[in-house]
Design a protein around this ligand. Structure first.
Ligand code: GRF
Length: 358
């Protein structure tokens, strides 16, 4: 849907051909570019300097909402394109609707593909990296301007609201991740406060840890359903308690129950889960044992959004660890947890910065 500021893929492909003829280079980058800030401008200026024409592929509105959560994008694709085209360094803007950029990379076939910031060539999504390698496209990673991001801009804006964002943790077990999250909040690193801890297990360690941090800790009766299921009454109680506590974000940390409605809709894009495998490998129970039994040489943790499936939601972060010869599931779990305790509070802080209070 090209407007005056959005180019069609065909136009950009033509541009690429013209540049080729003249021995010039097309640089492609992609992102949401929802709230333009000086970090974007410097990054794009640097990206443009790598070649002769800079094309920016921006996510369509639906994929920004999926990636960044409800309330995003703040600006429509047309508006974002208009802002980007006002920059001297940007030659064309195209819109793509997939979550991944592979389709647009393949169609445009740039000479150079660039990403910003915390990406490294190794952390590019495998699908994109394989494609770039196959097409012989040069990958350049540019540094981001410290402290200048959409998340930090939104966080600064919401500081003025007067109320810290509120996190609830749901867990069934020991609570080592809950401790890491509570400690990050106590150290002022979460960008919000932990306002509630819920468990479906009355004597779970996680409830004791919450009490240590003087955070309300409540046991919910899961009802009579077996396995990972909760009764409708239990789901309603969890929902009502979260609402009563004005919770903005829910973090599942070892919560051994399947989440259903009304929770999914109430916290779409605001409910995170932590899973001890590199999803989509080994979803569900006993993930460490499954990875060892499968003969995998590495595993890790995945932090993802919760959807109606089991461990299927949008992946926000993965951290890898090696599987050593002779590892027991418990040994592997402990190695994975040391990564979880660092990554989970960080991802919660990033997500909190991106969402508006409920
Ligand atoms: C974590 O290792 C997580 O990956 C899995 O359950 C475990 C919970 O551990 N979902 P803890 O209760 O946080 O110690």
């Amino acid at each position: 849907m090209p407007n005056g500021y959005i180019s069609s893929l065909e136009e950009v492909v033509e541009l690429r051909k013209r540049l080729d003829k003249d021995g010039k280079k097309l640089v492609l980058t992609n992102g949401a570019f929802d709230l333009l800030h000086v970090g974007h401008v410097r990054y794009l200026t640097e990206a443009a300097a790598l070649g002769d024409s800079l094309v920016v592929a921006i996510n369509g509105d639906e994929s920004v909402r999926e990636l960044k959560g409800p309330g995003r994008p703040i600006n429509s694709a047309e508006e974002r394109a208009e802002m980007l085209r006002a920059l001297r360094c940007v030659d064309r803007v195209v819109v793509f609707e997939d979550r991944r950029a592979s389709g647009v990379i393949e169609a445009i076939h740039p000479h150079i593909y660039t990403k910003g910031g915390d990406y490294t060539p190794d952390s590019l999504i495998d699908e994109e990296k394989q494609l770039l390698d196959r097409l012989g496209i040069e990958i350049r990673i540019l540094s981001l301007v410290p402290g200048k991001s959409t998340s930090s801009t939104l966080a600064k804006m919401s500081e003025g609201d007067g109320r810290p964002k509120r996190v609830a943790i749901l867990g069934s077990g020991t609570g080592s991740n809950a401790r890491a999250i509570l400690q990050a909040a106590a150290d002022g690193k979460l960008g919000g406060e932990v306002a509630l801890v819920l468990s479906d297990v009355a004597d779970a360690g996680i409830l004791k840890i919450a009490s240590e941090f003087e955070v309300p800790a409540i046991a919910i009766d899961p009802g009579s359903k077996k396995g990972g299921h909760l009764t409708d009454a239990a789901l309603k109680e969890i929902h009502d308690r979260l609402q009563a506590a004005s919770i903005d974000l829910v973090a599942l940390a070892g919560f051994m129950r399947i989440v259903r409605e009304p929770l999914l809709s109430a916290y779409a894009g605001r409910m995170l889960n932590l899973h001890p495998s590199l999803l989509p490998k080994h979803p569900g129970l006993h993930a460490c044992k499954k990875a060892i039994d499968a003969g995998d040489t590495e595993s890790g943790c995945t932090i993802h959004l919760v959807d109606a499936g089991v461990d299927t939601g949008e992946i926000l972060r993965q951290e890898k660890v090696p599987i050593l010869r002779g590892d027991s599931p418990d040994e592997l779990q402990a190695r994975i947890q040391s990564k979880e305790h660092v990554a989970y509070p960080e991802v919660i802080a990033e997500r909190l910065a991106e969402i508006q209070p409920c």
